[in-house]
Design a protein around this ligand. Structure first.
Ligand SMILES: *[C@@H]1O[C@H](CO)[C@@H](O)[C@H](O)[C@H]1NC(C)=O
Ligand SMILES: *[C@@H]1O[C@H](CO)[C@@H](O)[C@H](O)[C@H]1NC(C)=O
Ligand SMILES: *[C@@H]1O[C@H](CO)[C@@H](O)[C@H](O)[C@H]1NC(C)=O
Ligand SMILES: *[C@@H]1O[C@H](CO)[C@@H](O)[C@H](O)[C@H]1NC(C)=O
Ligand SMILES: *[C@@H]1O[C@H](CO)[C@@H](O)[C@H](O)[C@H]1NC(C)=O
Ligand SMILES: *[C@@H]1O[C@H](CO)[C@@H](O)[C@H](O)[C@H]1NC(C)=O
Ligand SMILES: *[C@@H]1O[C@H](CO)[C@@H](O)[C@H](O)[C@H]1NC(C)=O
Ligand SMILES: *[C@@H]1O[C@H](CO)[C@@H](O)[C@H](O)[C@H]1NC(C)=O
Ligand SMILES: *[C@@H]1O[C@H](CO)[C@@H](O)[C@H](O)[C@H]1NC(C)=O
Ligand SMILES: *[C@@H]1O[C@H](CO)[C@@H](O)[C@H](O)[C@H]1NC(C)=O
Ligand SMILES: *[C@@H]1O[C@H](CO)[C@@H](O)[C@H](O)[C@H]1NC(C)=O
Ligand SMILES: *[C@@H]1O[C@H](CO)[C@@H](O)[C@H](O)[C@H]1NC(C)=O
Length: 735
């Protein structure tokens, strides 16, 4: 049997250039009726101080507010990519002295220091410079901005200390999170800022402790200190800030164990995050009266807990609970399911082995049981369930039919268990269904109606037979279809090309047969990114224009860890987005995130002949000059002829093409002018790299909750295969 394996190309898309133009403008057109002409001129000049920007004049002026009586600019709200470059030391911006509100977050001031000229704008009440790449220390002149009430420098690369903020006595919100600030928190910070209600210092290198005023005059309600290196006592002082409603102390790397009793005085506390710290051994003994009574959200991921915490029983307001990455053994107690408001429960990665009673009447909408030691049959999930994750356990028994009667359930992951029986008829109700690596047999029911919302179906590694159900054409939202490693006998599903969103199609290791090429013309499937047809009985050859429709016209988000964003699904409680791990394809990203075109093609171990089509190494002209990543492998095949020339292909190692008797040209040693060898019958090659998983799955769930509490993240990995992450949406995803 011949084998042809071919994968390829990754091309960076860089932002399109912005052509800045300069014209006299009609203030009325841009809604600037209240602005004085000199102010408009100054605004135009400020825009022109930057070479390029991602916004046009109308979106630029959209962010401008002028005072009706004086005509002076009082508010500039210009976040999100209007500016790239440095703010000049003598920028006209610093002349807009009537400014009270300046928001320049999410621009790109290219690693420049914070301009000290901003201190001229001493009427500022709101200043946001977050997510801009600013470096260096906060200029001491900023202590002149004494009217500031909201000050946001988060997500930059600022260093040093921030003593000077003590002079900003009107501050109510101070956000210095995710920088490189070091040293201790200024000792009198909370004393000199009597109005401070929101303090976010997460993600820095702060050490020491924190001091709090002795009088209970504080207004501090939201305190975020997580991901720092505090080495002093910080629980004792914090326990005096009885105004606190939310407290985030995740991963503060203290050397001592944290005792929950220290928080018992915080009667107003609604949200408590302690993930990544070691809780004291007495945690399981603590009684309900020792913890804040109104907790609504409790995050205790990776806290070395080994017994189910009984105090939870008294938390009648608890809605969200994360106990993942602990070592809790035994059964999940029945009383948990009777907490009246419980909605999101994450028990992933413990050693639970069963349930002490029924979940049936619980109010839970999202339940994650992945990576535990559950055995036996799956308990019927709560009636209210929407998202149910139980992968990587040892559940057995017949198909979990109870999931069919759950009206709201539309995302179900039961992968990596040992379920038997057939695939439930109700599969058409899901948006996301992952049944990978079980023991299921029978056919995939032909049960997709025209209102199907299916986005993802993975039934790989089962014993499924029959054909692909033709009603899949009804799933117009389908992006991901994986039926690999089953006994499916069918022709190539050309008919799936009506699914215009389909990005991933894996049919490998089945008994698909017949021609791989449509009767005429290219393959189609304009959004397809990953096509894995390996180890089937496909025949024929690839027409020269086979891949021409695979233009790089649309890009995928690829994250630094090699995950490709695959789409999401949202309801009122959370949104769930999933990504595909591309690292197995040799992808190694240096950037944090790129928008890119990525494609991988695996046609190995079929009965294909002919030439490698030119269209596989095509790089769109407009991208040819940019940097790109590529991985191509066509080794061990019966391909013949010259390897197409092109940057994507010639950059590959020789091993990507070896084992093709009839193939010649760069990068192979065989030149196309040499002797032509007779075709050889090649044994089917089992490639080490192909063993095990072809696709490594990641899913990400994002939880959001509007209102009072925000910016709280539960991040967690469900399994090497699925990643689930809950993040406060209104704070955005930190990637
Ligand atoms: C300006 O940009 C905004 C947002 O990017 C867009 O909606 C609008 O159509 C653009 N206007 C013009 C005149 O190009
Ligand atoms: C300023 O003018 C706008 C509309 O022109 C109006 O909506 C707003 O109320 C005015 N503000 C003051 C303070 O007069
Ligand atoms: C600044 O603008 C960003 C983006 O619109 C927004 O998320 C943020 O809340 C604003 N900051 C302030 C202090 O208004
Ligand atoms: C910011 O701008 C610099 C220089 O123009 C560029 O190299 C960098 O990639 C940009 N960063 C982002 C996040 O866009
Ligand atoms: C701060 O303000 C004072 C008086 O308003 C002024 O004398 C001083 O120069 C300012 N400092 C800086 C660094 O701007
Ligand atoms: C900040 O305030 C302190 C007193 O609290 C004062 O000594 C110092 O001069 C102030 N710093 C600036 C730069 O205004
Ligand atoms: C955590 O603290 C220990 C000392 O207690 C230190 O050795 C270690 O480097 C710290 N870890 C991090 C990530 O800072
Ligand atoms: C499970 O939790 C342990 C800590 O208890 C952690 O070391 C491990 O990496 C976690 N495994 C996964 C797959 O998240
Ligand atoms: C669920 O609640 C109903 C009504 O309160 C009750 O009749 C039923 O027995 C409960 N079911 C389970 C499994 O607890
Ligand atoms: C749970 O399962 C894991 C992996 O199957 C195993 O290593 C561990 O010993 C089990 N733990 C318990 C408490 O049974
Ligand atoms: C899965 O269940 C079948 C019986 O249905 C059993 O023969 C097999 O050993 C089980 N596999 C595992 C890995 O537990
Ligand atoms: C698509 O769904 C409709 C019902 O909504 C059904 O009648 C039709 O047969 C389905 N299409 C296919 C190809 O099965």
């Amino acid at each position: 049997m011949s084998s042809l394996r071919l994968r390829f190309l990754l091309v960076h898309f860089l932002c399109c250039a912005f052509a800045s133009s300069f014209i006299t403008i009609n203030p009325l057109v841009f809604g600037l009726a209240a602005c004085r002409p000199d102010q408009i001129q100054a605004l135009l000049q400020f825009k022109n101080e930057f070479e390029s920007g991602g916004c046009n004049l109308s979106s630029y002026f959209h962010g401008v507010t002028c005072d009706n009586t004086t005509g002076a600019v009082t508010k500039l709200h210009l976040p999100n990519g209007c500016f790239t470059g440095m703010i000049k030391a003598n920028s006209i911006l610093f002349e807009l002295r009537q400014l009270r509100h300046l928001n320049l977050s999410h621009n790109n001031f290219t690693s420049s220091p914070l301009p000290s000229g901003l201190s001229n704008l001493n009427g500022l009440e709101v200043l946001s410079l977050s997510s801009n790449g600013f470096q260096g220390q906060v200029p001491s002149s900023f202590s002149n901005l004494t009217k500031l009430s909201q000050f946001d420098l988060s997500h930059n690369d600022l260093t040093g200390g921030f003593q000077l903020v003590q002079n900003l006595t009107k501050l109510s919100t101070l956000d210095l999170s995710y920088n490189h600030f070091s040293g201790t928190i200024p000792s009198s910070l909370l004393l000199t800022l009597p109005l401070l209600s929101h303090l976010d210092l997460r993600g820095n290198y702060l050490t020491g402790s924190i001091e709090v005023p002795s009088s209970p005059s504080s207004r501090l309600e939201h305190l975020f200190l997580g991901h720092n290196h505090f080495d002093g006592q910080i629980l004792e002082p914090i326990s005096k800030v009885t105004t606190l409603k939310e407290l985030v102390l995740s991963f503060i790397n203290v050397s001592y164990h944290i005792d929950l009793k220290d928080f018992s005085s915080l009667k107003s506390l609604l949200n408590l995050e302690l993930s990544g710290n070691i809780l004291s051994a007495t945690t399981s003994l603590i009684s309900g009266s020792d913890v804040p009574p109104n907790l609504y959200r409790l995050m205790m991921k990776s806290c070395s807990i080994n017994e189910f915490p009984k105090f939870l029983k008294t938390l009648q307001n608890l809605e969200r609970l994360d106990l993942s990455d602990n070592q809790i053994k035994g059964k999940v107690p029945e009383w948990l399911w009777s907490l009246p408001r419980l909605s999101i429960v994450i028990l992933k990665n413990n050693s639970f082995n069963g349930f002490d009673g029924s979940l049936h009447n619980s109010s839970v909408t999202m339940l994650d049981l992945s990576l535990n030691n559950f055995t036996g049959s799956l308990p019927p999930p709560p009636l209210s369930i929407k998202l149910f994750l139980a992968s990587r356990n040892s559940f057995t028994g017949d198909k979990p039919l109870s999931t069919c009667s759950r009206r709201y359930l539309d995302a179900l992951d039961l992968s990596y268990n040992n379920f038997s029986g057939s695939i439930p008829q109700c599969l058409g109700k899901f948006k996301i269904l992952n049944l990978r690596k079980n023991n299921l047999h029978g056919i995939i029911p032909n049960a997709f109606s025209s209102n199907s919302l299916l986005q993802t179906l993975d039934v790989g590694y089962n014993k499924i037979s029959g054909q692909l159900p033709r009603s899949l054409v009804n799933c117009s939202s389908l992006r991901f279809l994986s039926v690999d490693h089953n006994n499916i006998k069918d022709l190539f599903p050309f008919w799936l090309k009506v699914l215009l969103d389909l990005q991933v199609l894996t049919l490998s290791s089945n008994t698909f047969h017949g021609p791989i090429s449509p009767p005429q013309g290219p393959l189609g499937f304009p959004e397809l990114r990953i096509l894995d047809l390996s180890d089937n009985k496909f025949t024929g050859s690839l027409s020269p224009d086979y891949f021409v429709n695979w233009s790089a016209s649309s890009s995928n988000k690829i994250y630094g860890d090699g995950e490709m964003y695959m789409g999401d699904y949202t309801n009122d409680l959370y949104s769930y987005f999933y990504a595909l791990d591309l690292q197995y394809k040799g992808l190694n990203m240096e950037n944090e995130m790129v928008n890119t075109f990525y494609a991988a093609i695996d046609l190995s171990a079929n009965n294909l002949g002919g030439h490698i089509p030119e269209s596989i190494g095509e790089i769109p002209q407009e991208l040819g000059a940019l940097s790109f990543l590529a991985y191509i492998n066509v080794s061990y095949n019966q391909l013949k002829g010259e390897i197409p020339k092109g940057t994507q292909i010639s950059g590959q190692p020789e091993s990507s093409f070896e084992g093709n008797a009839g193939l010649c040209g760069i990068p192979l040693q065989e030149s196309c002018f040499g002797t032509s060898e007779p075709p050889t019958q090649w044994e089917k090659q089992v490639d080490d790299e192909e063993e095990g998983e072809v696709l490594n799955w990641r899913g990400v769930a994002i939880g959001y909750w509007p209102g009072l509490l925000f910016g709280l993240a539960i991040g967690y990995v469900i399994a090497p295969e699925w990643l689930v992450l809950i993040i406060g949406l209104n704070k955005g995803i930190n990637r």
